[in-house]
Design a protein around this ligand. Structure first.
Ligand code: GRF
Length: 201
């Protein structure tokens, strides 16, 4: 696996920023080869430009099917010789065309302690469930939503007066801390996938 990362975003890009900062501070031995966004107005694109990273917008609305959109993403990532793909607030589902093109080489960060609360609005789901701890998960992406092998997780307390926004902000701090670490862990090798499990060897 090359140490060239491809980061996929749809929005503000604070996790992208955490990755760029970890690289700049030599906590993560990698480079961001390209940032792809499905939205032309994603604020994260500006963060990439400021870091001197190439950006490309691939607007999903320009493609008739998910398979066509996925194929273009794959082609652009291959063009930039990307070894590990990092989803960072990328709000499109990826299908088999994408997942099979990068076997065991796509990571995502999700703001819940998976397998609890996959999908949308996990912080709201967590509050509705009355959980006392929440957190985030970095996991491999498979065809099943938010269900791939877990690389790292971190927890935060849930406070009595939390709103989805206040809980999301507390979790986000941990996302920024563990995502670069999880990437470093995967790039370092010495692991295998055993069914649903990421196993350190
Ligand atoms: C993060 O909470 C991430 O876990 C979720 O979407 C949010 C993206 O935030 N998938 P940002 O764009 O990285 O700031």
């Amino acid at each position: 696996m090359t140490r060239r990362l491809g980061v996929l975003i749809s929005g503000r890009g604070s996790n992208l920023q955490a990755i760029l900062t970890a690289i700049a501070q030599h906590h993560l031995d990698a480079s961001v080869a390209v940032v792809l966004s499905n939205r032309p107005d994603a604020a994260g694109l500006e963060r990439a430009r400021e870091a001197g990273v190439p950006t490309e917008v691939i607007d999903h609305r320009s493609y008739r099917t998910r398979a066509e959109f996925d194929a273009v993403l794959v082609e652009r990532l291959r063009h930039h010789d990307v070894g590990l793909v990092c989803l960072a607030g990328f709000m499109r589902l990826l299908g088999p065309v994408f997942v099979n093109a990068f076997p065991h080489a796509v990571l995502n960060v999700h703001p819940s302690l998976l397998p609890a609360f996959p999908g949308v609005d996990p912080q709201r789901q967590a509050l509705a469930h009355g959980v006392k701890v929440a957190g985030c998960t970095v996991h491999f992406v498979t065809e099943e939503l938010d269900a791939g092998p877990i690389v790292l997780q971190a927890t935060v307390p849930v406070l009595a007066d939390d709103t989805p926004d206040s809980l999301a902000a507390r979790i986000l701090v941990e996302e920024h801390r563990i995502y670069p670490r999880a990437i470093a862990r995967v790039l370092a090798g010495g692991w295998r996938i055993d069914g649903r499990r990421f196993v350190e060897t």
